[in-house]
Write a protein that binds this ligand. Structure first.
Ligand SMILES: C[S@@+](CC[C@H](N)C(=O)[O-])C[C@H]1O[C@@H](n2cnc3c(N)ncnc32)[C@H](O)[C@@H]1O
Ligand code: SF4
Length: 357
């Protein structure tokens, strides 16, 4: 039974300088893209699906109009069976979020928002190519609250070139003051600049390849993020994710627990019955959304990915003897037959994972 659905909206008004997620800026393709999404969704109707989580990510989903969202829900989302408590998340950008859109999302049943703040320092927002100010980001959060959203995530970046610890501290203080339910704090990774970087859904909120190796201040910034958020009663439940009690992202936990999911849209990836399915870029996707690349996942590969993903979370993996050295070093800790990374251990997790998985 498939329990999660990811839908990729690959449109941005302008590409931010740091970002590697798959998107492009030709907004005129929106209507034909939505039709292609409906076609792709229909190709999954014959499979057993009962959705517990739906995630509309991007790109910038908030560039869709009210009419676009209605089309998306009616033709792509609602025909799938879902549970009554299904978590439905939509990513929104501060510069394209207004009261009308938020009301439309609420009425369509969206019950979780993810707002991309990145920074609240206007200097860094300009430097990174964002289209909004810090004030606008805060306003979009307040508007979301007023519109009745009681499960909101805020994305922030740290370790960004020239970012000062004081700027990060300021951003964290203001965000804690807003009292969101969830914060994703990503360590900046230098973009690869490939023209069509495909987003693998498991690695959204990635532990970047060079977690901890970009800049000497990274570790101090990571420690500051952990210290401030834990003090504010957020639980650090995954390398880059912090949440108030009962507000862990169910959608991401499904990925990290190695469950299969359907990924719809250009650049999206899904994992379905031992297959990793990778969709094409937007031009070929619109031409034929059913043309995909399929990779067979051997049992060995699936086991590796399962362990690798579980180690990103505070649940960890079952204890094995080859972990002892890292337990002694304080990077892993053992609790009731399982091991998990310590806070410091997560920071060096990439090098440890390659030794123990
Ligand atoms: C799909 S992206 C963007 C969502 C939304 N369009 C926005 O701009 O706010 C999800 C998150 O990935 C993070 N991200 C993007 N590029 C990154 C990078 N180079 N290194 C680390 N995190 C990154 C950002 O925090 C971003 O909010
Ligand atoms: S960060 Fe968001 S708005 Fe900026 S390019 Fe990436 S997906 Fe688009």
């Amino acid at each position: 039974m498939i329990k999660s659905l990811y839908i990729h909206i690959p449109f941005c008004r302008k590409r931010c300088l740091y970002c590697d997620f798959y998107s492009q800026t030709n907004l005129r393709l929106k209507k034909s893209y939505l039709k292609a999404l409906a076609r792709e969704a229909n190709s999954y109707r014959k499979f057993p699906v009962l959705l517990e989580t739906i995630y509309v990510g991007g790109g910038t989903p908030s560039l869709l109009t009210a009419e676009d969202f209605k089309f998306l829900f009616e033709n792509v989302i609602w025909p799938f069976a879902k549970t009554n408590s299904c978590e439905i998340t939509v990513e929104v950008n501060p510069d394209s979020t207004d009261k009308h859109l938020l009301n439309v999302l609420k009425n369509l049943g969206v019950n979780r928002l993810s707002i991309g703040f990145q920074f609240l320092s206007d200097r860094l927002l300009v430097k990174s190519g964002r289209l909004h100010t810090g004030r606008k980001a805060v306003k979009s959060f307040e508007l979301a609250r007023k519109s009745g959203f009681n499960n909101i995530n805020v994305d922030i970046l740290y370790g960004f070139p020239t970012q000062r610890i004081s700027e990060l501290e300021n951003t964290l203080n203001k965000i804690i003051g807003l009292n969101p339910e969830h914060i994703s704090a990503y360590l900046y990774t230098r973009p690869q600049r490939k023209p069509h970087t495909i987003v693998s859904a498991e690695l959204r909120g990635k532990p970047p390849a060079a977690f901890g190796k970009e800049n000497p201040d990274d570790l101090d910034m990571y420690r500051l993020v952990c210290k401030k958020l834990e003090k504010a009663k957020f639980r650090h439940y995954e390398i880059s994710n912090f949440a108030k009690r009962n507000f862990f992202s169910k959608h991401n936990l499904n990925y990290w627990n190695g469950r299969g999911y359907i990924g719809l849209g250009a650049g999206a990836t899904g994992t379905f019955k031992n297959l990793r399915i990778k969709n094409k870029d937007i031009t070929s996707y619109i031409r034929n959304p059913l043309k995909k690349e399929e990779e067979y996942l051997t049992e060995k590969k699936r086991n590796f990915e399962k362990k690798f993903l579980a180690l990103r979370t505070s649940r960890g993996i079952p204890y094995e003897k080859n972990q002892d050295e890292f337990i002694r070093m304080g990077w892993l800790k053992k609790e009731s037959g399982r091991v998990r990374f310590t806070q410091e251990g997560w920071f060096v997790s990439n090098s440890v994972i390659s030794e123990i998985v």
